[in-house]
Design a protein around this ligand. Sequence first.
Ligand SMILES: NC(=O)c1ccc[n+]([C@@H]2O[C@H](COP(=O)([O-])OP(=O)(O)OC[C@H]3O[C@@H](n4cnc5c(N)ncnc54)[C@H](OP(=O)(O)O)[C@@H]3O)[C@@H](O)[C@H]2O)c1
Length: 157
Amino acid sequence: MKLVLIAAIGKNRELGKDNDLIWHFKKDMRFFRQTTTGHTVVMGRKTFDSLPHKLPNRHHVIISRGNPDYEDVELFHSIEDFLKAYQDKDETVYGIGGAQIYAQLLPYADELLLTEIDAAAEADVYFPAFDKEKYTETVLDVQEEDGIRVRWVSYTK
Ligand SMILES: NC(=O)c1ccc[n+]([C@@H]2O[C@H](COP(=O)([O-])OP(=O)(O)OC[C@H]3O[C@@H](n4cnc5c(N)ncnc54)[C@H](OP(=O)(O)O)[C@@H]3O)[C@@H](O)[C@H]2O)c1
């Protein structure tokens, strides 16, 4: 498995508030959809609950200690169980959040695909701090959205 963590973060690595996203930039939503479509996406139970519906054309892996009654998703009770089942698969898997899942998958991630939003906001969940020295940084695109500078950056190990 190639594991890619994909996230949109603010200046202070803000991720979300009240189990919702902070920013809803159209271009970034499109980037997320185009990047992840056709692939497996792994997420925490709270992020899955925050979605209005299942993401079309993506296989959903949900991590939960409980047994939520979701249809047509693959459920794992631990990060270890997920890694065991997927580590030998020949596919790219996208870790799509939230904060708990990013923090626990970070050591196993081959790439971080971050939308860096040049703004600060009130948040209650944050992307984990990571050592940029350990990664090669490639800026994929820079644009303005609603007057805010947004950079799409790939960090590879
Ligand atoms: N900006 C972005 O790109 C982005 C992307 C995704 C999400 N978000 C935001 O992030 C927030 C949600 O993040 P979050 O950190 O609160 O929740 P989360 O990571 O989405 O989900 C947490 C849940 O995952 C399960 N879990 C976590 N670690 C586990 C483990 N080791 N073993 C088994 N189950 C485990 C637990 O589910 P159970 O309670 O069911 O046991 C836990 O309550 C929301 O605000 C969302 O909008 C932002």
